[in-house]
Design a protein around this ligand. Structure first.
Ligand SMILES: [Fe+2]
Ligand SMILES: [Fe+2]
Length: 269
């Protein structure tokens, strides 16, 4: 059974809308085509998440399927904010594509969609970022992984990629265009807006090279999320815990991991 947290965001729209926010599923599948170290890693990580999740009754895959079913049943838009897969394996990509096939979902990637291993010192040996980004785009082809926007019941519901701890120029430009349309906006990303690493990409991801301009652009978006009155709330994952922070009078929500069965049903009124 899903453990659903209910959240109401009051912005004064005529007919309320529903969003089911899921994040951090951390699927841990592999096939015999995946390198042996990944197969071993995935069986070890399965146990880790089971323990970290407080030994829940169901698997992350079962919770994922249940969340999709539940969102459809109640007519909620399903939004997943990354770390759906624990690492990039053939097993995980086959599984995730099988699970979401034929179902509607909005998606923004997390750091783990970019990883072949979950030990950063090993990753640093790979010029992995460029390759991974192309692979992610290829395998999540139905999504624009950087930015999507849907007007639902008069609310501009946005997914914006910050999975590698920054917003890229394309994401920021699209966001600013959407903001100008004048609808109230809610934004879903992997990293919370008050994550201490947001804007510190390079020390944490040594293969991602950003210019001063890139950091300024990313920060411009962050400032708008925090200060612009058209942005009504933000929702994120990544921390594997539930939080609400009020910053400059606006609430920013962090949703716990679906690998524990946790998710958030948002009603915007
Ligand atoms: Fe995560
Ligand atoms: Fe994360």
């Amino acid at each position: 059974m899903l453990d659903i947290l209910h959240t109401v965001v009051n912005i004064g729209i005529e007919k309320p809308i529903k969003i089911l926010h899921i994040t951090d599923v951390h699927l841990t599948f592999s096939t015999e085509h995946d390198p042996e170290f990944q197969q071993e890693l995935m069986s070890w990580r399965t146990k880790t998440f089971h323990k970290e999740g407080g030994c829940p009754d169901y698997t992350p895959e079962e919770y994922f399927r249940e969340a999709i079913r539940y969102a459809e049943e109640i007519g909620a838009t399903l939004i997943a904010t990354g770390d759906i897969i624990d690492i990039y394996t053939e097993g995980n990509l086959l599984k995730v594509n099988e699970i979401i096939k034929g179902h509607d979902m909005m998606f923004s990637p997390g750091g783990h969609e970019h990883q072949k291993v979950c030990v950063r010192t090993m990753e640093e040996e790979y010029p992995y970022f460029k390759i991974m980004r192309e692979k992610i785009k290829d395998n999540f082809r139905r999504f624009d992984i950087d930015f999507e926007s849907r007007i639902i019941g008069g609310v501009n519901v946005i997914t914006a990629n910050n999975g590698l701890d920054y917003y890229n120029a394309y994401t920021v430009n699209r966001f600013e265009e959407e903001l100008e349309r004048g609808y109230p906006v809610v934004v879903f990303s992997h990293d919370p807006v008050d994550d201490p690493l947001l804007g510190l990409t390079e020390p944490y991801h040594p293969n991602v090279k950003l210019s001063t301009e890139d950091y300024l652009t990313s920060n411009r978006m962050l400032q708008k999320l925090l200060h612009d009155r058209r942005v009504k709330a933000t929702f994120a994952g990544h921390w594997h815990r539930t939080e609400e922070s009020v910053i400059h009078g606006k609430t920013h929500y962090v949703t716990d991991g679906l690998f524990k069965g946790k998710c958030r049903l948002i009603e915007i009124r």
